[in-house]
Design a protein around this ligand. Sequence first.
Ligand code: PRP
Length: 196
Amino acid sequence: MTAPLLPMESEAEQPADLHRDVEAVLVSQQQIAEKVAELAAKIDADYAGREIVLVGVLKGAVMVMADLARALTIPVSMEFMAVSSYGSATSSSGVVRILKDLDRDIADCHVLVVEDIIDSGLTLSWLLRNLRARHPASVEVVAMLRKPEAAQVQVPVAYMGFDIPSVFVVGYGLDYAQRYRGLPYVGTLRPEVYST
Ligand code: PRP
């Protein structure tokens, strides 16, 4: 009998502990895949004949960025920004510091900001003002998740994935203490994970 390319042991080993920490799956891997395809088709149609600059906001957006860039058929370039909000570590203050800026000028370019999650909306609100000041041809937003109940400021999102309840979630780019970003779905953590 031929050995499988990926033995079950090695498939299960690495993420097993992380999966066990998950209490409930809010958005499944399949739902994410279908949503990425749906959003990419809309973006392809809306920007047909044009080129866009995807601006991913580190670190959470890396998964959406990677999946979206592969699903789009229009030409895209990929840029990343890293920002940090002053104040509390768990909620945005709306005052943002740029830790890593774009590598290029975006004047006259069609920019699509890629976010994993919109919580209070303060980060994105600040970022959109910052990017618009660079005189792009257009700026729109694609976000995989949004917590409508947590919104402190309304941000226009052209391409929205899923609205979720205002609970702490991990996976698909989202972390708790820098862990769980690699989970292929979005879920909540068991309460005991926070207390250890
Ligand atoms: C998250 C997320 C957004 C921001 C949303 O990033 O990626 O950028 O928070 O929150 P807001 O709507 O309340 O402003 P985070 O600061 O957790 O950094 P990370 O992506 O590196 O984990």
